[in-house]
Design a protein around this ligand. Sequence first.
Ligand SMILES: Cc1cc2nc3c(=O)[nH]c(=O)nc-3n(C[C@H](O)[C@H](O)[C@H](O)COP(=O)(O)O)c2cc1C
Ligand code: SF4
Ligand code: SF4
Ligand code: FES
Length: 597
Amino acid sequence: MELYRGHILICSGTGCISSGANSIKAAFEKQLAEKDLSGEFKLIETGCHGFCEMGPIAIVYPEGTFYCRLENEDVETIVEEHLIKGRLVKEKLYNPPHSEDKIPSYKEIDFYKKQHRIALRNCGYVNPEDIDEYIVKGGYEALGKVLSEMSPSQAIEEMKKSGLRGRGGGGFPTGLKWEFASKTESDKKYMICNADEGDPGAFMDRSILEGDPHSIIEGMVIGGYATGADEGYVYIRAEYPLAINRLKTALAQAKEYGMLGENILGTGFNFELHIKEGAGAFVCGEETALMHSIEGKRGMPRPRPPFPAVKGLWGKPSNINNVETFANVPVIFEKGADWFASLGTEKSKGTKVFALTGKINNTGLAEVPMGISVREIIYDIGGGITNDKKFKAVQIGGPSGGCLPEDLIDLPVDYDSLIEAGAMMGSGGLVVMDEETCMVDLARFFLNFTQDESCGKCTPCREGTKRMLEILERIVDGKGQDGDIELLEELGETIKTTSLCGLGQTAPNPVLSTLKYFRDEYEAHIHDGRCPAGACSALAKYVIDQEKCKKCTLCTKVCPVSAIEGKPKEVHKIDPNVCTACGVCVDTCKFDAIKKG
Ligand SMILES: Cc1cc2nc3c(=O)[nH]c(=O)nc-3n(C[C@H](O)[C@H](O)[C@H](O)COP(=O)(O)O)c2cc1C
Ligand code: SF4
Ligand code: SF4
Ligand code: FES
């Protein structure tokens, strides 16, 4: 193996590629060649580090220097200064919000400090297209151990002992699921990986597949051995071409190395793995719909029971797990179930990857121990709210989840606490809202998504979500009526209890949770014709803050519809019946006295 003085890890996840990582890599190649350094520094393409907002990112090892937001012309400076002269290029180091500091080391950045990476352990560290790098980091060790030292039932016991719960949303214990599949007698069984990832804003599964595909293959082969399956499918949406390509490369390498296919590691165990590309419908992430889709049928759910463990793909017993669930499997066998079970809370073991988005400074992917508080995620890892606005709420779990208000900011994030609070872990989407977000409008956004994605098979979901959406649209348009809130609640509860699949059963959650915690906002829209957040354009009327107004008459002159009454030294007022909410007066007022209300 060739030895190098240093390694330059270029993030080549989808986020960094879209911000120019490929040309940064080319610039490094050119500079290293020109300066005759190609034999001294190795360029390695890695998967996502999670802090995509800072892309393109390059980390120089052995120091672990984190360079971010790179532009092509920075590369020559880094090569000249850092690689040749050993001096840090301060301008390209990470600069945290509200600080002049420049942080040189990857590990010292707040975004990473409180993270505990298990599922993302190799993302950003290994070249996902090189099986040797995975093996050097301990990859496929767990597979060897399980196949040579454990019986399938011992492997299942170990999984049960670890306490791992599925990361795809519901949080069902993985070991128990494996046990159900193993107990069904059959000549044929399947192991399926759900990489559909339909939740808007979530990209953890894509990042794991792009950054560490071998961990999924290893987890699936172990799962296959434990349950008695000799064939598997990774169901992945076609919109993820980089993940698909890296997975294909990894499959070929795993086969070549004897980790997949016939007689794996010489133990006599056979396991074949295929990729099935999905067309990207949210409902296809539902396990029975997903199996129909693999079979070439329309992706529509069917009633359960029978559960997939009894009657799954092509009528055969099947086990389906999420990408992040599988990524945890090899580590559990490598380090032991007790080690894994020592992390997290009593009923939610290990870690969870969250996709942080919305009005938060550090958007990205963060893996944290279960039980961490919402506050720690938002402030310590996420760097707080953008533009120092006030935190209002957080939507956890995407369209299946719910909204938590400020007084629940210290809630521990685990499966059960979230359910109790009216939210849900879901796939781990976490959207942060500030005071300018209208909660009615937010509920409308999520319901619009689920209504659109409903497969239409059952009436409560197909028709009910449509009716709920119509009511919400009316409310944000300022046409809410008495009784709308009660109707939303009644429809929501009915849809939840009568829908066939999880899509319909959870679709009302964003509406019901916002009604629970932000009922006054709904009432303000309906009864006062007012949007307290000032976000709904049909209701947003401008008001003049009497304290701040200097009675200068400037606004009265610019208002195109003469909605402002006011003479010099007299109180100025906006007539809400005339105001068209054009916002011109706000831009004109020099004293910041006009606000939406
Ligand atoms: C509408 C709908 C969409 C879903 N989408 C996904 C998805 O994209 N990825 C996923 O892993 N699970 C998804 N699920 C959950 C799966 O049906 C299934 O429970 C999960 O893949 C099981 O894996 P786990 O036990 O490892 O969580 C979805 C469920 C529903 C009802
Ligand atoms: S609940 Fe909705 S998505 Fe699920 S089967 Fe019924 S109509 Fe289709
Ligand atoms: S928002 Fe436009 S219409 Fe309303 S008071 Fe100001 S300038 Fe006039
Ligand atoms: S893609 Fe580079 S940090 Fe996410």
